[in-house]
Design a protein around this ligand. Structure first.
Ligand SMILES: Nc1nc2c(ncn2[C@@H]2O[C@H](COP(=O)(O)OP(=O)(O)OP(=O)(O)O)[C@@H](O)[C@H]2O)c(=O)[nH]1
Ligand SMILES: [Mg+2]
Length: 441
């Protein structure tokens, strides 16, 4: 995984139809390999960062594509190594023949994420910036793309730097005390406690950003659930704006759950329509459907529980650990019972925008003010670990523990924090981050 001494190549664009395909290369011996396969008038070495026209000689010796080539000399390239991109024709065949030619000239097929990994190892990107590339490519809403771009620009690193510096200063102070055997009583411990408190605030703030901003980064999963025939599928269709789910007056219409995504103020919301719960049907398939409904409810960011305004015995939501919002369906058919109740009608559209507002409010999503920065799940874990260690240092200090104990917690906290940007790095961490990447990135 850490080996970065050979020439790698991969097709960086999706396979299939399209106009252009890009093949990316990085590593030593790049110019020599290109020289073997390219027939061209221009000189890449003399014209870095310019597009030059050329033709590619395939393994058969025949010309297999007409291309534009650009050469980025080390160290000012994406990976920090000698890099090149070959823009050829798209399709299934031409890119493959060009790639084969390059592999025949001594390059090795890159592993997923290997270009970004080299960029990280050569300090062209921090680990969180490399992750931002994968997240930008995977983004499914505008807010996800904007957040990924901010992270790519270093927004998270900028927030982490002062916290890291404060921890480093603290560790240095403690080390000096230990090295010079300064009497612990003479040290300004109150100031130290203040510094630790400030670090804790910084970490807590980042974790709050994660909690409040997660929806902007990863979207939300809303599961529509309730008794049979209450109007779940009708609501699903109304929210989706299309007649996806089957609707009928017969209870038990929906059996498999259905998913559909909508955009709510820039947030990707995945709606799930489920089979009605508590039908007295003993049918095996109905039972299986209800099992699926319960599974979906357990995975929901929010359960939207439907009750029927036309049926006074319509059951209340079951107790759940997941946040639940109760709504009264079929509002066009019956007067509202409770003035505070959220009544809606899939038929007239009444209450649908209020459902959206209440759902986001319940989940603490302030869609009018999207966060500037949202740590991802991996960052959250590292931040929590750091916070736990700083908390332990704080307790040790207050309990009158000796400085070496406090120093130990602080240095471990520094290590935990350093995993976010990759300042502290293990091979496992590299595998964890880069194995999610696609080929050619
Ligand atoms: N008037 C009116 N009828 C509705 C409304 N919502 C649903 N219905 C009717 O209620 C019946 C059941 O609707 P569905 O959407 O299939 O209900 P469901 O909860 O998905 O039912 P199952 O899948 O069987 O559990 C259908 O006849 C719908 O036309 C509504 O807001 N107003
Ligand atoms: Mg249904």
């Amino acid at each position: 995984m850490l080996d970065a001494t050979d020439l790698i190549a991969a097709v960086a664009t999706p396979q299939g139809s399209g106009a252009v395909s890009i093949i990316r290369l990085s590593g030593p011996g790049l110019l020599a390999a290109l020289d073997q396969i390219l027939v061209m008038r221009g000189d890449l070495q003399k014209n870095p960062r310019s597009l030059l026209l050329g033709r590619v000689k395939g393994l058969s010796g025949q010309i297999v594509d007409e291309v534009l080539v650009v050469y980025f000399p080390a160290p000012n390239s994406f990976t920090g190594e000698d890099c090149a991109e070959i823009q050829g024709h798209a399709g299934f065949i031409a890119p493959r023949l060009v790639l084969e030619a390059i592999l025949g000239a001594g390059a090795r097929l890159a592993k997923p994420g290997e270009f970004s990994q080299r960029a990280f190892l050569n300090q062209r990107l921090s680990l969180d910036q490399a992750e931002a590339i994968a997240e930008l490519v995977a983004a499914q809403s505008q807010s996800e793309a904007i957040l990924a771009n901010r992270q790519l620009a270093g927004a998270l690193g900028d927030r982490l730097r002062p916290i890291g510096q404060e921890l480093t200063t603290l560790a240095a102070t403690l080390t000096a005390i230990l090295d010079f055997e300064e009497p612990w009583e003479k040290v300004d411990q109150a100031k130290m406690a203040e510094d630790i408190d400030h670090i804790q605030q910084g970490l807590a703030h980042l974790l709050t950003l994660r909690r409040e901003g997660r929806a902007f980064r990863e979207g939300l999963k809303l599961v529509l659930a309730g008794p049979p025939n209450v109007g779940k599928s009708s609501l699903f269709n109304a929210l989706l704006g299309q007649g996806r789910a089957l609707v009928s007056p017969r209870p038990g219409t929906t059996r498999d759950y259905l998913e559909g995504a909508v955009d709510w103020s820039g947030i990707r919301v995945e709606l799930v329509d489920t089979a009605g719960l508590w039908s007295d049907s003993t049918d095996e398939i109905d039972q299986l459907g209800q099992e699926r409904s319960r599974e979906q409810m357990e995975r929901a960011d929010l359960i939207v529980w439907l009750r029927d305004l036309t049926n006074p015995n319509s059951p209340a939501a079951p107790i759940s650990e997941r946040p639940t919002l109760t709504v009264w369906a079929k509002a066009d058919l019956a007067p509202k019972i409770d003035p505070n109740a959220l009544a809606l009608s899939a038929k007239t559209g009444q209450g649908l925008s209020r459902l959206k507002e209440e759902a986001l409010k319940l989940l603490n999503v302030n869609y009018e003010r999207p966060p500037e920065l949202v740590p991802n799940f991996r960052h959250q874990k590292a931040l929590e670990e750091t916070a736990k260690l700083v908390e332990a240092a704080d307790r040790a200090l207050k309990d009158g523990a000796p400085p070496d104990i406090i120093n130990l917690e602080i240095s471990q906290a520094l290590n935990a924090l350093g995993q976010i940007t990759g300042r502290v790095m293990t091979e496992d961490l590299l595998i964890e981050v880069f194995s999610h990447f696609c080929l050619g990135k």
